[in-house]
Design a protein around this ligand. Sequence first.
Ligand SMILES: NC(=O)C1=CN([C@@H]2O[C@H](COP(=O)(O)OP(=O)(O)OC[C@H]3O[C@@H](n4cnc5c(N)ncnc54)[C@H](O)[C@@H]3O)[C@@H](O)[C@H]2O)[C@@H](O)CC1
Ligand SMILES: [K+]
Length: 515
Amino acid sequence: MNAERLTIPINPMPDSDRLPHALYRAEQVRNLDRCAIAQYGIPGIELMNRAGEVAYRILRERWPDARDLTVLVGVGNNGGDGYVIARLARAEGLAVRLLQLGDPQRVTGDAAISRDAWRDAGGTIEPYRGLPRRSDVLVDALLGTGLERPVEGLWAEAIQALDRQRAPVLAVDIPSGLHADTGRVMGVAVRADVTVSFIGLKQGLFIGAGPEYCGEIRFSALSIPARVYAGEVASARRIDWDQQAARFGRRPRTAHKGTFGHLLVIGGAPGLSGAVRLAGEAALRAGAGLVTIATHPAHSAWLNLSRPELMVSAVETSADLDPLIARADVVAIGPGLGREAWGRDLWESVLGLDLPMVVDADALNLLAESPRSGSDWVLTPHPGEAARLLGTDIAAIEQDRPAAVHALQGRYGGVVVLKGAGTLIRSDPLRPFAVCSDGNPGMATAGSGDVLTGVIGALRAQGLDAEDAACAGVCLHAAAGDRAARMGERGLVAGDIIAALRPVANRVPALQEDS
Ligand SMILES: NC(=O)C1=CN([C@@H]2O[C@H](COP(=O)(O)OP(=O)(O)OC[C@H]3O[C@@H](n4cnc5c(N)ncnc54)[C@H](O)[C@@H]3O)[C@@H](O)[C@H]2O)[C@@H](O)CC1
Ligand SMILES: [K+]
């Protein structure tokens, strides 16, 4: 694998059935709606009809045998989409019950036009008092991007009732109760089997609880002109290995191991040797030419024997690091470093270095004790480390992950990778941050973070800049995790992710027996 600097476009419109990469905040999607209506003369009711048609088509495609439909509508335009779906379903002969929440007097504008069209077609509106005993599919058109406060009362009861029943749920635009910007559950939220999102993909679908609540995500731009998107810079971009793999071409025939860089991994206090071993081995599997591990003398000889391809140097004090640093292109520090005198000495000695760095684990905890800003480093905190770095708690980080990664990057500089479901990567504050949509909960396992550190270090050693290495590394790690999870998420260990790195990095198709 030779890594190339490559500009990957952020496309707001899908080129095929795939999801677009551009993500937006709710306010931005409202601007896109407004622009399509005001500047391109597409009436709002036309957009609503298109939204309802797309959602209904997807519903029929996914559940062709459905006969009994229950549609829950709120009082805004999300409910308006629901009326369109109900009308189309009824016209095709399905039995439709439409249940309304909220004050019917507050239904105005396009939503009122859709409601009247539903009534004119012979449909009835029942106030919500509970779900019918039986439905083949339920449609959630309660709350969309207009969600503005936590869900309570009868609304919360309805969402909980949806959760208890067995039939599949199609969410219109976004699962009701999920915050479109942060992916936070505002009290309660609908757990959908399919979410059909319109005009612009909301970033909250991919962040925080989003992936847990959305089910399969489908998208339609509702055929608005591509020029509408020129006025809104995406707030975030969705990245995955399919897209990031484009950075890696054929290796030149003239290559030698120096071509692919030399990574120095620093860590492994007594009793913590596994972390550096995992990071080092992952770096080799992600294509680094040479990997040296600088670790405590207590286990250096053993480490060398256990994986002879790794070079291992015993380091008593930071003075022993100097000759190793002189030969390295990139330093990855933190796995198993500990916070005792030995680890502190090594951490302090690398702080002034003019080398690209990946900073993880205990190095992040030491950084939190005396904060400073760097320019050429990639920091890879999990939410606990992020909380220490920002002097807050994990709940505050998880409530608003985009704000957390923004604050981390502002305080510490460089590139910040905030790990967790939907890992976020933020570099230049003026550019959209990245969200990785690969990965699975099987990867929440000991050593998984050490593997990521090794992978990002290896990609930097192969010539990618900090941001590209972070994005490609996160996606390669996640895709390897997904490949490893074909054998099951439960019981997946970090070594399984390492084993999958090579076939994923080289795009070798999975064998039958893997799946
Ligand atoms: N022309 C457009 O703007 C289009 C809008 N579309 C749909 O319209 C939606 C946005 O519509 P709206 O802006 O009207 O907003 P919503 O329909 O999402 O909801 C807004 C209404 O819900 C109330 N509300 C907010 N939070 C609540 C809570 N926690 N509990 C109870 N009530 C709450 C608000 O007071 C307001 O009355 C999109 O998600 C999409 O489904 C689509 O039809 C495409 C075109
Ligand atoms: K909804």
